[in-house]
Write a protein that binds this ligand. Structure first.
Ligand code: AGP
Length: 616
């Protein structure tokens, strides 16, 4: 995905555009650029690489103007080059546009424009859109007006197949900024004598406390003094002004070297926030009002499907175990990118949960829409308030983890596991769990934040272990039952920030082929708490050791037997099986973090990645 920022008002646009882009850099950081309107027309500055490169260019070649748009890119179409950086201009150079999303029919549109004599300078789908808008603007008759630019945008977008969040300016209209969205988020910020557009609220929260989240098919005509919303079909579009819930502290690293480490260390608080106000000792149960379902409706649910991508998918796998274990409801998990095409034969009373930290992941959003199209009640478990998935779902539960800047998901994973635990707990209590069991579970849940604090104290020990194995070419992560998804999550963390190839497997699968990979150079990380399958895990560890494979054990405090069979062990506080994914994820997050730091990797902005994948 990419980041878009737009400004129109009584201040110089560039400082705001750059500061806003820096807040959005986690969305993509292949290249960055901006376009500002002034007496000379459109001043364009763009450069590949980080936003710092653009800032350097602007030092060398400053621009002035009070209306502007800017963009930080995660490449979808076209290599990472200066030419492919946004903004893109139209054939006349009079109009500039930035875009987040994918124009799926850009090839066909490009061919048509080429036949009309258009000349392109980039390989991007976005440049096709800028030429298309410019073409319609030129055909729009005499005199420049906001209405003419809006109509040109509307005519162009009606020809587009795909997703977009765009901002557009025209040199003949210095007092107008146009925005539009379909499938990629765009938020409008309301100021005094100034207005803003951005891909997410973090880019504008320092300047406004009132925003409007554009809906799909909205087109916004924005001036310094106000705005008008219309739809792709041409009618007026209603809107709701929302208060900004964003907190500055979330986008400030403080004393931490990386956002990822800060967010790992925030987990005692974020886990508590995920439970806050949702545990009732009086009723010995969890309370989740956002589900918009009565207990009777919940009792009628005979099957649950959970879906998501990446880390959210791993949390969904934990949810599958939790819902079966605590609520005795059949559950299954599917990748969102598979769910949307699989056409699962599901009963009408199935309940579908879509997990997404950002609430904007394209595949997960598509899965939500496909599920609703089939008539299934679809609930969202999201972190980003007012995100598209949260707004389009039939209800759901917010994670309340605060903005997660690090591209590698950490606190969002444990908060998703907490929310899923509460969900399973609630459903268990309205089916078969007794009130005394409920009270015990509340005690067990409320003890978790302090146990996480204890684990975080092991960071230095984990750093030494990470340094010892950081130069491995590959690693394996293994666990059973609740901790098989945690093995997958540990492997993903290691892959995405240290670039070490890693894979996750159920421990018992070792004998079915995987053990062929074991060598003295391939470390295996076993998640082996002293639970009901501990002995089985020990056997698997012995099998690896017999073949001289190094073993790192994540186990329970005092687990001497694990220490005897592992090369290195990380022993953490004990907890019931159903809560172990929350605790076991923490050492794995730290292991990956410290390995990546040891290797000099860019922990918060790993190569090729973006925080939320709003393209398919
Ligand atoms: C996890 O560390 C990655 N950042 C990625 O797999 C992420 O979990 C996935 O893209 C889903 O994102 P979402 O939760 O915002 O939908």
């Amino acid at each position: 995905m990419c980041g878009i920022v737009g400004y129109i008002g009584n201040q110089e646009a560039v400082p705001f555009l750059l500061a806003g882009l820096r807040r959005l850099e986690y969305r993509g950081y292949d290249s960055a650029g901006l376009a500002v309107l002034n007496a000379d027309g459109i001043a364009l500055r763009k450069r590949m690489g980080r936003i710092a490169n653009l800032a350097e260019l602007l030092q060398e070649s400053p621009v002035e103007g009070k209306t502007g748009i800017s963009h930080t890119r995660w490449a979808t179409h076209g290599a990472v080059t200066d030419a492919n950086a946004h903004p893109h201009v139209d054939q006349t150079g009079a109009l500039a546009l930035v875009h987040n999303g994918v124009i799926e029919n850009h090839g066909t549109l490009r061919e048509g424009l080429l036949r009309e004599g258009h000349v392109f300078v980039s390989q991007t789908d976005t440049e096709v859109l800028s030429h298309l808008v410019g073409k319609h603007f030129a055909e729009g008759g005499p005199g420049a007006s906001a209405a003419r630019l809006v109509e040109a945008v509307r005519s162009a977008l009606r020809q587009v197949v795909g997703t977009y969040g765009i901002a557009v300016v025209h040199r003949d209209l210095p007092g107008v900024l146009v925005g539009a969205r379909r499938g990629s988020p765009l938020v409008l910020g309301i100021g005094k004598g100034e207005h803003f557009l951005a891909s997410d609220v973090s880019a504008i929260a320092s300047h406004t406390r009132e925003v409007v989240y554009l809906k799909d098919f909205d087109i916004a005509a924005v001036t310094a003094e106000g705005f008008e919303l219309s739809t792709l079909l041409g009618g007026v579009s209603g809107y709701e002004v929302k208060a900004v819930e964003f907190q500055e502290k979330d986008v400030d690293k403080g004393d931490y070297p990386h956002f990822m480490l800060k967010e790992i260390f925030e987990q005692p608080e974020t886990i508590r926030d995920a439970m806050r106000g949702r545990l009732s000792r009086e009723e010995a149960t969890a309370k989740l009002g956002g589900l918009n379902m009565t207990n009777a409706e919940l009792r009628a649910v005979e099957r649950v499907v959970l879906t998501g991508c990446g880390t959210a998918f791993h949390a969904a796998m934990v949810g599958e175990h939790l819902i079966e274990h605590l609520a005795h409801i059949p559950a299954e998990v599917e990748f969102a990118s598979e769910f949307r095409y699989r056409n699962m034969p599901l009963p009408k009373d199935v309940l579908v949960f879509a997990l997404s930290q950002s609430g904007e992941t394209a595949d997960t959003l598509a899965a939500v829409r496909e599920s609703q199209r089939k008539g299934h009640r679809t609930l969202g478990i999201c972190n980003n308030v007012a995100s598209t998935i949260a707004r389009e779902s039939d209800g759901g539960v917010y994670m309340h983890a605060g903005t997660e800047i690090g591209v590698a998901a950490t606190k969002s994973f444990t908060s998703q596991c907490v929310v899923l635990t509460l969900l399973a707990f609630l459903n268990g209590r309205i089916r078969h769990l007794s009130s005394s069991q409920g009270l015990r579970m509340i005690d067990e849940l409320e003890a978790i934040p302090d146990k996480v604090r204890e684990i975080l104290k092991l960071s230095d020990q984990i750093r030494e272990i990470a340094r010892k194995y950081a130069h491995a070419q590959s690693m394996m992560f293994l666990g059973r039952q609740f901790n098989y998804p945690v093995a997958l999550e540990g492997a993903l963390k290691m892959k995405e920030i240290s670039y070490i190839h890693a894979s996750g497997h159920p421990s018992a699968e070792l004998k079915h082929g995987i053990i062929a990979l074991i060598t003295p150079e391939l470390p295996s990380v076993f998640i082996a708490p002293e639970d009901s399958v501990f002995e089985k895990n020990l056997s698997n560890i012995e099998e690896v050791r017999a073949r001289k494979g190094p073993v790192i054990g994540i186990g329970s405090e005092g687990s001497r037997r694990l220490e005897q069979v592992c090369d290195d062990t990380i022993l953490i506080p004990r907890c019931p099986d159903y809560l172990s994914p929350i605790l076991n994820a923490i050492p794995l997050q730290l292991l990956a973090y410290h390995a990546a730091v040891a290797l000099g990797c860019d922990v918060d902005k790993p190569r090729n990645l973006a925080k939320s994948v709003t393209v398919e």
